[in-house]
Design a protein around this ligand. Structure first.
Ligand SMILES: Cc1ncc(COP(=O)(O)O)c(C=O)c1O
Length: 367
């Protein structure tokens, strides 16, 4: 009987670093310091270096990173924030958490990222921020997005939750935009043992604002200098993340290898392979193929015991919670078409070559 090839299995990846992780956890327990201490500081420093940005501010989740970033750049209730509807729901939850209004623009059909043509057409004075999402780990066309934003004096907050490791030329995606937000949710390329997130910025002022916002508006005292919240990255999670960050690049190389293996094995097959804009490094958070007959592909994968995902099956503008925004089917044609055709193949560093071969055979229908 064949074993299941999992879409994702965090235990395999964690097992390889188990001794180092256990040591890191023991170090924190013995330290007597659990909140905003030396582990957070060391991890923030290492993370900032890894994406080549001056400041990193650890927070409780990727969603909180976005909420605090929007507040830090001055987005207020009623302001419009442009993003895409094929993203994960939290991008939009973050906008709504401060009572701002999401406005969706369509995607580019080949990269599945924000269409800069649609963005240009959507810019107007009520727009107070743009959130490009580097979805699946493929960088959005961030240079063009930044230049459109600059022309309107609009700040950009990048959603890099799926894009740690993604590069545009020799710059990490985190080096663009006023603030970039990452998530350490356990399925992410850099994963905590629970929730966590981080904001990065080159601005001293924004970094100070974010530090105040994440803890009740405190500066280095117990006085609220602005209205803040409680959203801190724990010492325990930071210690674990430091271990995983040290192995991050090796794991990204393994993702590259798996992607190359899929490209070699699936070229000329019935599925459309992910596009790679020239000059970028894809972070391969997901390996997303497209097919007009997804039910048939799903049947082949299920028969061969191959796990898969769909990121995401329903665009956000059509979800029940967001009907009040007034969008309807047909408003974002490329987004809607992609939602019906995409499928994510297994992709995580612990995936074995023989498993990749089984996935390829199942997609091709040769087994
Ligand atoms: C694109 C995107 N944005 C934001 C988030 C929110 O991150 P978190 O789950 O850490 O709040 C996620 C992950 O869930 C995501 O995939």
């Amino acid at each position: 009987m064949l074993d299941l090839v999992p879409a994702f299995d965090y235990r395999r990846d964690l097992q390889r670093y188990r001794v180092e992780i256990d040591e890191a956890i023991a170090r924190v327990i013995d330290s007597g310091w659990l909140i905003l201490g030396p582990e957070v500081e060391a991890f923030e420093h290492a993370f900032a270096n890894s994406v080549n940005v001056k400041h990193a501010i650890g927070v409780a989740s990727g969603t909180d990173a976005l909420i605090l970033a929007l507040r830090a750049v001055g987005v207020k209730a009623g302001d419009e924030v442009i993003t895409v509807a094929n993203t994960a729901v939290p991008t939009v939850s973050a906008i709504r958490a401060i009572d701002a209004i999401p406005r969706f623009v369509d995607i580019d059909a080949s990269t599945l990222q924000m269409s800069t043509t649609a963005l240009r057409a959507a810019m107007r004075s009520a727009v107070r921020c743009i959130i490009p999402v580097h979805l699946h780990g493929h960088p959005a066309d961030i240079e063009a997005i930044e230049s459109i934003a600059d022309a309107h004096g609009t700040p950009v907050v990048s959603d890099c939750a799926q894009a740690h490791g993604a590069m545009v030329g020799n710059q990490s995606v985190g080096q663009f935009s006023s603030i970039c937000c990452y998530s350490f949710y356990p399925t992410k390329n850099l994963a905590a043992l629970g929730d966590g997130g981080i904001c990065v910025t080159r601005s001293d002022t924004l970094a100070e604002t974010l530090r105040e916002l994440r803890q009740y508006g405190f500066h280095n005292d117990r006085t609220a200098h602005r209205e803040g919240v409680c959203s801190r990255l724990d010492e325990l999670q930071s210690a674990v993340l430091s271990v995983r960050l040290a192995h991050f690049e090796a794991n990204q190389r393994r993702r590259d290898e798996i992607a190359d293996h899929y490209f070699a094995g699936l070229s000329g097959s019935e599925v459309q392979l992910p596009s790679r804009r020239p000059g970028i490094r894809h972070a391969w958070h997901q390996f997303v193929v497209r097919t007009v007959d997804r039910p048939a592909l799903i049947a082949r994968l299920q028969a061969a015991k191959i796990g898969f995902g769909i990121h995401y099956p329903q665009p956000i503008h059509l979800m029940p919670a967001y009907q009040f925004l007034g969008y309807k089917k047909g408003d974002l044609l490329e987004t809607e078409r992609a939602a019906d055709e995409i499928l994510s193949l297994p992709m995580f560093p612990g995936l074995r070559d023989d498993e990749v071969e089984r996935v390829i055979a199942a997609v091709r229908g040769t087994r």
